[in-house]
Design a protein around this ligand. Sequence first.
Ligand SMILES: Nc1ncnc2c1ncn2[C@@H]1O[C@H](COP(=O)(O)OP(=O)(O)OP(=O)(O)O)[C@@H](O)[C@H]1O
Ligand SMILES: [Mg+2]
Length: 472
Amino acid sequence: MEQTPPSILIVEDSQVLREVYSGYLATEPYRVAAVETGAEALAALARHPPHAMLLDLRLPDMDGMEILRHVGAQRLPTAVVIITGHGSVDLAVDAMREGAFDFIEKPFNARRLRVTLRNALERQRLSSLLDSIQETFDRDRYHGFIGASLAMQAVYRVIDSAAASKATIFITGESGTGKEVCAEAIHRQGPRREAPFIALNCGAIPHDLMESEIFGHVRGAFTGAARDRVGAAGQADGGTLFLDEIGEMDLDLQTKLLRFVQTGSFQRVGSTRQEAVDVRFVCATNRDPLKEVAAGRFREDLYYRLHVIPIELPPLRARQDDILLLAEHFLQGFAAEEGKAFQRFAPATAALLRDYHWPGNVRQLQNVIRNVVVLHQGETVDPEMLPPPLSEHLITPPRTPLTEPTQPAPTTAAPPTTPPTPGIQPLWRVEREAIERAIAHCDGNIPRAAALLEVSPSTLYRKRQAWQSGEG
Ligand SMILES: Nc1ncnc2c1ncn2[C@@H]1O[C@H](COP(=O)(O)OP(=O)(O)OP(=O)(O)O)[C@@H](O)[C@H]1O
Ligand SMILES: [Mg+2]
């Protein structure tokens, strides 16, 4: 599939050997470059990662293992083949553990080198093919996220591209849309994944304790400060600091936070000593940050410091296709946890879940399913099992055939979308049900269903598409 010839980088401090190896590869269809030092190798990797690298572990300026680790940490698409001295099997094993594709023991002949590199290139080709397939094809899970909708694919892609950098990420979204899930995904997707992820909820901590929570304090700084304490900023050194509900932070503290974000250093409460740390900031709020700025509750300079890469999590109602995916996932999880037999949703239940507007988003959906599993028995979730406010949306679908009189809806307080007159439903719902019934009757064959309904198949396709994108 590759049009350009594969590129190979030889990293070897001996000039004689560099020439020998390049000579061995002269007959192969490769673009071969050779460098002498670790620094040159890193520079070459930064410019243009080769498809494969032949790496001597003993270099004048650094341990070759460092370069190998760099390739792994940066997820470079380079297959590394290590050159080891005779008898240094331990080193070779270490290198394989660090992600080397293969090792080749000195001295080796041309044939051995060509075969080893050919295998390495093949493996590199397959793994980048796999990567591109995974990237092109829609993902229905991503770290803690479940969701296959277009809106979520866009979120996954932003995280993919932003995770490796240190740039601050600013997550917005209604309550329960997964802002914390998002912050963790950023951390786990990036090179800091082994370092701490420290989450600080600025809304949950009393204002007068907040400064010490972020920056820590020294003994005696205030009443009750019996010993020195490391704050979230110190704990997150090398990792990620997640400032959740940043909109709740005091203006006073915002000033200190701004200084910290700008300089990477801070003072503990009661101390005059500056401490410097290396943290990646992720923050989140369910308020509209620009409104907060306009209202004077959020410092504008801090906002622009933090608002480098925005991620907006879509509300659940804007990704209707994800609702059932999530609901099924929660149903399985909670059923297993609670020792219940639930396996599926009745079609009418599924329709209710899909059409509800979910003001509390994924968290609300999670609670609804938990409620059903705890309070009911059976394998199928029937609409009657749904708790309020969903149960208020219960409608009794007209039975087939249509000539049979419909049952009056159970009379509870009428929600805004359900008309108060029993047996009468909004026209769109009647239409949608009629269409869905016809499609189900024809086992999903839309042209046949269209024929029965005496409309054109394209009408059905169009309507279904409109429902799926949340218009219907
Ligand atoms: N896409 C998703 N897939 C699976 N679980 C999710 C998803 N989004 C959210 N959740 C779950 O929903 C709950 C709420 O998510 P989270 O706490 O991240 O939301 P939030 O946006 O931070 O909400 P709030 O603004 O109220 O703090 C959590 O239990 C989380 O695991
Ligand atoms: Mg949250």
